[in-house]
Design a protein around this ligand. Structure first.
Ligand code: AMP
Ligand code: ZN
Length: 121
């Protein structure tokens, strides 16, 4: 299924639910986490509805690769890239209840900023 009408992040990608977007293209949307755990906390999602990382197949490898590269480019754009010294950011994909996943549409967290973080630290 490329769009799940009951999925929160599909609705955000379609603009049916408001979000603070920091990036949008044909394949991905990135927006600020509504409950940020760090000064910079952005979620990067594919427009395609994939529930979890476990649901990904070999055929999704190009999408996953582009998603990670997008995280890196957004880190540049948001001023949190690794440029030496103490700089840098964290990329997290929670999978299933055991991994702390709350929203079942694949997403990568991009976290950065001064510690302590509220969670995911
Ligand atoms: P996860 O626990 O990996 O599934 O992460 C889901 C994230 O989505 C959490 O950090 C939530 O704060 C965030 N979230 C939930 N609803 C929204 C929303 N409407 N807009 C932005 N972020 C959201
Ligand atoms: Zn979805």
């Amino acid at each position: 299924m490329s769009h799940d009408p009951n999925c929160l992040f599909c609705k955000i990608a379609a603009g049916e639910i408001p979000s603070t977007k920091v990036h949008e293209d044909d394949e991905f949307v990135a927006f600020r986490d509504i409950r940020p755990a760090a000064e910079t906390h952005v979620l990067v999602i594919p427009r395609k509805h994939i529930a979890t990382l476990t649901d990904c197949h070999e055929s999704d490898a190009p999408l996953l690769g582009r998603m990670l590269v997008l995280v890196a480019r957004l880190a540049d754009k948001l001023g949190v890239a690794y440029t030496g010294g103490e700089t840098g950011f964290r990329t997290v994909i929670n999978t299933g209840p055991g991994g702390g996943q709350e929203v079942y549409h694949l997403h990568a967290h991009l976290l950065a900023g001064p510690r302590p973080w509220l969670r995911m630290g």
